[in-house]
Design a binder for this molecule. Sequence first.
Ligand code: BG6
Ligand code: MG
Length: 211
Amino acid sequence: RYKAVIFDLDGVITDTAHYHYLAWKRLAESEGLPFDEAFNEHLKGVDRMGSLELILAQGSRSYSQEEKLALADAKNRHYVELIATMTPADVLPGVLDALAEVRAAGMGIGLASVSKNAFTVLDKLGIRDRFDQVVDAALIANSKPHPEIFLTAARQLGVDPKDCLGVEDAVAGVASIKDAGMVAVGVGSPEVLTRADYVIPSMARFRLGDY
Ligand code: BG6
Ligand code: MG
């Protein structure tokens, strides 16, 4: 039925969503701003500056562009420290089987992450060569929830968006998939990922034939 499957990275392939959470939490708290898991759901899938804007909007002070860049840079340095120790053992359960299942079905495999650290993470996990196409986040003007990144992945793979299945853990990511005209598999909770066509609790439950 599908010609390609396009995966998100953070929170789908590996648990870097947790590292982003830790790094944003420390940043928010250093600015005296509230931060919890529920608020973090809104940040998932959103690019670095977009996430920072959402965090700073929780307070009343205004920040210069220079201050914002310094804060984003501090968060990224902390994040890079956190991912430094990652190894192939950090690929989430079920992911390698899912990639093999899609490959065996003869479908294209894409990666659509707005993270500028995506290539580094893929290399640490040792799985870059399992993807036919990896979108370069530096070339994406509009972060998720905008559909640009999933549409770009489909174009790079040479397939029509309607022939693509997208896999995402974030509310913004599922919106990006749906607005690209694709079918969405959410990884997480159905109460959170309300726009997903299918929801699985983890990649260990990914079965291509179910969608
Ligand atoms: C997304 C994550 O994949 O990448 C977000 O879900 C993160 O949490 C975004 O903010 C940008 O990542 P980076 O590595 O470019 O700061
Ligand atoms: Mg994600």
